[in-house]
Design a protein around this ligand. Structure first.
Ligand SMILES: Cc1cc2nc3c(=O)[nH]c(=O)nc-3n(C[C@H](O)[C@H](O)[C@H](O)COP(=O)(O)O)c2cc1C
Ligand code: SF4
Ligand code: SF4
Length: 302
C-alpha cells in the first residue's frame, strides 16, 4: 500500500565498479536537486582518487529517504554494500530506503533474487524498504553488448530516473518478493568465497609503466605500488569490480579466461562512437533469450 510521504532530504548511496551505476547515480543526484531536495551522496567504494576529488565527508545527518544503487554481482549485491549495511548505527538505521539494483541481464531468472539478501540485511538493521526495482546497464563481463544496445540503455536513464523519483516522492510503494533459488544462492556464495582472492590471478604485462592509476582508482584500495616496486601488488580485498582491468591506461592487467570483455568497457567511448548514428530498434539489438530481460526493460514491460 502506498504511504503518505514528505521527502525533503535524500541520502544517495551507490557502489560502482566500472561507472555504469555511477552514471545512474549522477542522474539521480541531478534530478533530486532539480526538485529542490537536500541530497547527501555516499560512495560506498571510494578510491583514493575519489577521496581527493570529492568534498570531505558530508556526515551522517538523519534523512527522509535513502536511495541505494548497486551493480548486480553473481545475482547479489557487491560486498561493499554489505559492509556499509553492517556499519550502520543509530538513527540512520530506522530510515526509509529504496533499493535499486543495476544489472546487465535485467529482471530475469536467475537475476531475480539479487535484492533479496540485501533487503533482508537492511531490514535486520531496522531500515524500512519502501521500493525496490531493477535497472539495466551494459554488462561488463562475459557478453559484449553492441554499441546500439549500450546507447539505448544510456539514453533511457533520465526518463527512468525521473519516473522513479516521481513515484518515490508520491509515496508509491514498489516491492518485489523474489526469493533466491538454489542455483543463484550457490553462485552468489562461490563469488563471495573467491572474490577477495581474484586479483591474485592477475598477470601484469611488461607494458605496465608503473603509473599508479590502478592504485589510486581501486574502490576497495586493494592495490599498492610501493616505491621500491615497478609493478602493482594486489592485496586480498578484491571484489572483482573490473575497474583496474578496463581502466589501466596501458592495458597491462590481464586475466586468463573469457570473463573480461576483449574490447574493454568504456561508456564514454560508446557515446562518442554513436554520436550521430541512428539507433537500431530495440527488437533488433535484443535478439535471443539472453537479452530478454534487457528487452523487457527497454520496452517497459518489466
Ligand atoms: C563480478 C561481476 C558479476 C556480475 N554478475 C552479474 C549477474 O549476476 N547478473 C547480471 O545481469 N549482470 C552481472 N554483472 C554485470 C554488472 O551487473 C553490470 O555490468 C553493471 O551495470 C556494472 O555496473 P558498474 O559499471 O557500476 O560496475 C556482473 C559484473 C561483475 C563485474
Ligand atoms: S598496471 Fe596499469 S594502471 Fe597499474 S601501474 Fe601499471 S600501467 Fe599503471
Ligand atoms: S583490484 Fe581491480 S578488480 Fe579488484 S577491486 Fe580493485 S580495481 Fe576492482
Amino acid at each position: 500500500m502506498d504511504q503518505p510521504n514528505t521527502v525533503n532530504s535524500v541520502r544517495l548511496l551507490y557502489f560502482s565498479g566500472t561507472g555504469g551505476t555511477k552514471r545512474i547515480a549522477d542522474v539521480f543526484e541531478k534530478e533530486l536537486k532539480s526538485r529542490g531536495l537536500d541530497v547527501l551522496i555516499k560512495n560506498l567504494g571510494e578510491s583514493l582518487q575519489e577521496q581527493k576529488d570529492t568534498p570531505a565527508d558530508q556526515g551522517n545527518r538523519v534523512m527522509d529517504l535513502n536511495i541505494l544503487l548497486y551493480p548486480v554481482y553473481a545475482f547479489d549485491a557487491p560486498r561493499p554494500v554489505y559492509e556499509w549495511i553492517e556499519s550502520v548505527t543509530g538513527q540512520e538505521a530506522g530510515e526509509k530506503i529504496a533499493v535499486l539494483s543495476v544489472s546487465g541481464g535485467g529482471e530475469m531468472w536467475p537475476n531475480t533474487g539479487c535484492r533479496s539478501d540485501c533487503c533482508k540485511a537492511l531490514e535486520d538493521r531496522g531500515f524500512r524498504i519502501v521500493y525496490d526495482r531493477m535497472l539495466c546497464m551494459p554488462t561488463n563481463v562475459l557478453i559484449e553488448y553492441s554499441d546500439h544496445l549500450a546507447m539505448r540503455l544510456i539514453n533511457v536513464i533520465p526518463e527512468r530516473v525521473s519516473r522513479i523519483v516521481d513515484q518515490l516522492l508520491a509515496g508509491k510503494v514498489h516491492r518485489t518478493r523474489f526469493g533466491k533459488g538454489f542455483v543463484s544462492r550457490r553462485v552468489s556464495e562461490l563469488e563471495r568465497e573467491n572474490a577477495y582472492q581474484f586479483a591474485q590471478r592477475f598477470e601484469i604485462a611488461d607494458e605496465c609503466t608503473g603509473c599508479g592509476w590502478c592504485e589510486l582508482n581501486c574502490p576497495t584500495r586493494n592495490i599498492e605500488l610501493p616505491e621500491t616496486a615497478s609493478k602493482p601488488r594486489f592485496k586480498d580485498r578484491c571484489v572483482i569490480c573490473m575497474r583496474c582491468i578496463y581502466g589501466c591506461p596501458a592495458g597491462a592487467i590481464r586475466v586468463r579466461g573469457k570473463f573480461v570483455l576483449k574490447n574493454g568497457y568504456d561508456l564514454d567511448a560508446v557515446e562518442q562512437r554513436m554520436k550521430d548514428v541512428k539507433l537500431e530498434p530495440v527488437e533488433k539489438c535484443c535478439k535471443g533469450l539472453l537479452y530478454k530481460g534487457v528487452k523487457n526493460y527497454l520496452l517497459d514491460k518489466d
